[in-house]
Design a protein around this ligand. Structure first.
Ligand code: SF4
Ligand code: SF4
Length: 470
């Protein structure tokens, strides 16, 4: 599918327009342009035959065009760009729109996101893991605190939306905690007209079809499972606690899930790549494609392994910078060729690269009731933002909370003038600001040209790019 801006696009409503400050127009290697707007999440490929007109209208960010003054041949292009938000009426206050977007996200009191650790124990010992497995099952008083917190939020703040992410450790090691709390969430939300969604980050070893049915029946429907390449590389980095490989069991589980079309789930397969395993990741992609190609319940993402604070950090060789980004994009293309959906396309939408840690209504609940914001730096003092009491009261340190929730575009003039601001809001990774005091630009923005070109190509292959074809 080639997405084109066609001459018969709707007529412009406004007479004076200018390029949106959130529009990117980047050249495509095959000719033509890729045009993207981060406020609309819209991306389109303009073929070379129409590209000159688009360049003329988008090339100068400050130029104001009066439609009536334009030559006839440019007017259809102007209408198309306006209809899709790539140009905007000159009277639009886009900076205010961007500020509103961030403020509306932060101000929500009717929403609660809980990242629950039913245990910090894990049946794996991944080489790059940053957890110390110090805390076991979630205490009964903490589980009660979670249910009371939800009740309080509803009674005191009119909760309308609850989202729960099960995290660990390995959450399926404490399946009974997941089930007990999920039953409460499901019943309480149904009785009180609260929208409820739940997901789980799991290593996949215990995610048999039978377990998947048990938890999907409780509305836990989104899963993230990690595979570090095919068997020989995966088992090197993601072994069981006793050192045995885990690949074959995970693949058996995935085959079972894919073979049951009645299982209503979304499963994102994450592959962490290093200089050592990256060459064999395409063969994993093909293996996955044989199981789940064109099954829109399954998507893939690829991430370079980083030094995430684990004890083996010094021994880890990491792909970084542009090399890592280009490898990631190349793997996305492999995945698309293998018929797999690509999860990264969601980053293009407004808010698509904001980390949950930046949301005041998002909290990580540890098994002992300690509250964190970020799921990576668990033992960092600034990340210990409070404690959950058994009666559901949140004892929060407001100053520490603000480090994660207010340390964003509002404090940073560079972010306020950034063309990617609606997606990132200066809040892609609050940990980077807290730790290093620098802007946490997501790699998709740093290498925007290569990313937009890849996403436009995927869209032309029929992959759904979030925000949609413009
Ligand atoms: S703050 Fe950064 S490291 Fe922590 S969860 Fe968010 S993106 Fe990850
Ligand atoms: S952190 Fe970077 S990408 Fe995000 S808004 Fe600021 S300048 Fe833009």
């Amino acid at each position: 599918m080639v997405t084109q801006i066609l001459p018969e696009a709707p007529a412009a409503a406004a007479q004076e327009v200018r390029p949106s400050r959130f529009t990117y127009a980047v050249p495509h290697d095959d000719g033509g342009l890729v045009v993207y707007n981060s406020m609309r999440g819209a991306i389109t490929y303009v073929p070379e035959s129409h590209a000159e007109a688009a360049r003329e209208l988008l090339g100068n960010r400050t130029a104001v065009h009066r439609r009536l003054d334009l030559p006839d041949e440019l007017r259809p292009m102007l209408d198309g760009l306006l209809a899709r938000g790539f140009v905007v009426p000159d009277s639009d206050d886009e900076l205010q729109d961007a500020a509103d977007l961030r403020d509306q996200r932060v101000a929500r009191t009717d929403r609660l996101e809980l990242i629950l650790m039913p245990t910090e124990s894990c049946n794996f010992r991944c080489t790059y893991c940053y957890e110390d497995f110090g805390l076991d099952r979630m205490l009964t008083g903490v589980q009660r605190g979670v249910t009371e917190l939800v009740r309080r939020r509803h009674e005191e703040s009119g909760l309308t939306s609850l989202s729960v992410s099960w995290f660990g450790g390995e959450p399926l090691v404490a399946l009974d905690v997941v089930e007990n709390l999920s039953e409460f969430f499901l019943d309480y939300c149904a009785a009180n007209d609260i929208t409820y969604a739940a997901g789980m980050t799991t290593n996949g070893y215990l995610l048999t079809p039978e377990t998947a049915r048990r938890v999907t029946d409780l509305e836990v429907r989104s899963f993230q499972v990690t595979l570090d390449g095919p068997r020989h590389t995966h088992d090197d980095t993601r072994s069981l606690m006793g050192g045995q490989g885990s690949f074959d069991t995970i693949m058996t589980n995935l085959r079972g899930l894919a073979a049951d079309p009645d299982l209503d789930l979304d499963l994102m397969l994450r592959t962490n790549f290093t200089p050592e395993n990256v060459g064999s990741v395409p063969s994993l992609v093909e293996e996955i494609g044989e199981i789940a190609a064109r099954d829109d319940r399954f998507t893939v993402i690829f991430r370079p392994v980083g030094r995430w604070g684990g004890p083996d950090d010094d021994a880890i060789s990491a792909c970084t910078g542009k090399d890592a980004e280009l490898l990631k994009l190349d793997l996305n293309r492999h995945a698309s060729d293998a018929g797999m959906g690509v999860g990264d396309t969601k980053m293009l939408r407004p808010g698509g690269t904001v980390c949950y840690a930046a949301n005041p209504w998002s909290l990580v609940v540890r098994p002992n009731g300690l509250l964190n914001k970020c799921t990576v730096a668990l033992r960092m003092v600034e990340n210990m933002v409070g404690r959950l009491a058994p009666d559901g009261t949140l004892h929060l340190d407001d100053d520490r909370m603000a480090l994660w929730t207010a340390n964003d575009e509002t404090q940073d003039s560079g972010c306020r003038s950034c063309a990617f601001r609606p997606s990132c809001q200066g809040a892609h990774c609050p940990l980077i600001r807290v730790q290093d005091g620098v802007r946490p630009c997501p790699s998709v923005k740093t290498w925007i040209g290569a990313n937009l070109q890849t996403f436009a190509d995927l869209q032309r292959q029929g992959v759904a790019v979030v925000g949609g074809a413009a």
